[in-house]
Design a protein around this ligand. Sequence first.
Ligand SMILES: Nc1nc2c(ncn2[C@@H]2O[C@H](COP(=O)(O)OP(=O)(O)OP(=O)(O)O)[C@@H](O)[C@H]2O)c(=O)[nH]1
Ligand SMILES: [Mg+2]
Ligand SMILES: [Zn+2]
Length: 308
Amino acid sequence: MEGLVFKSTGSWYKVKSEAGQDYQCRTRGKLKLADSKTTNPVAVGDRVIFEPEMHGDEYWGIITGIHPRTNYIIRKSVHKTGHGHILAANIDQAMLMVTLTYPRTSQGFIDRFLVNTESFRIPAILVFNKIDLLDEEGLQIQRELANVYETIGYACLFISALKKQGVNNFHRHLQDKVTLLAGHSGVGKSSLINLLSPEIGQKVKEISDFSLKGKHATTFAEMFELEENTYIIDTPGIKELGMIDMEDWEISHYFPEMRQYLGECKFNNCLHVNEPGCVVLDALGSGAIHESRYMSYLSMLENEDNRR
Ligand SMILES: Nc1nc2c(ncn2[C@@H]2O[C@H](COP(=O)(O)OP(=O)(O)OP(=O)(O)O)[C@@H](O)[C@H]2O)c(=O)[nH]1
Ligand SMILES: [Mg+2]
Ligand SMILES: [Zn+2]
């Protein structure tokens, strides 16, 4: 039978058949070898082939195959160094939830996420949550930050899951798509998803627990069907993103504001660091490329993960 993976715990998977029945599935040992660099063989969003088994009146199954993925978002494995953990696969768009405070999301993290999505041509949107916590100055800082991203083509949404502000607008962006919602732990992903449908009931951290580091409220990625053809995937907080296999020269291709200059530098293997006749450096000098984005670019070049 064909099915779609809605939840992955690493040891079992919730798979929905084409007829809409949920099956609790496990994998066979050999599937684990499908991709040795990831710690989870099956991810939420995967389309799988499985053999159903009835255990009394319970629907169980064994996953025997995975259809090729069109894309995926990967984070660093918290258990195995050098390995990645696939957050979700086969998504239409990715939303990164960002908060300026409690917790703070750095620009480096945002940029790394966007390089990941660009590399798969997954459209990305930034969702600024907890706007209720910001004073005039905070709102101004947020405006400037969002401006950097809107200028280069990323939509930014502003919401407060607590005050239920901006939720309808957020919902509109989900229509007829599979959307991944990612971000640091505590930014409010599950809080927002709970507002979309009363049946979801994702666990949310109590404010009193909130300062306790390392406590994730959501431990497994899970997909929810909001309306026909409209899905949202809640994910556990990410601390660090894994870099997908990428060569140094490729990275600039995943910065939309650099793309137009590529191929125009004096040297065709220019990495836009300090080479003479570099058009990207000219654009940085003239302000056409934002300095903070360029700094992120440099930090990705220097990242050991990219030196293979
Ligand atoms: N002030 C304020 N607090 C919020 C808002 N949205 C969520 N919170 C609070 O932030 C805390 C964390 O919310 P969660 O929804 O559990 O965050 P999460 O992103 O799902 O976290 P993980 O599951 O650990 O990745 C909770 O105490 C929420 O009540 C908001 O818009 N404003
Ligand atoms: Mg959560
Ligand atoms: Zn250059």
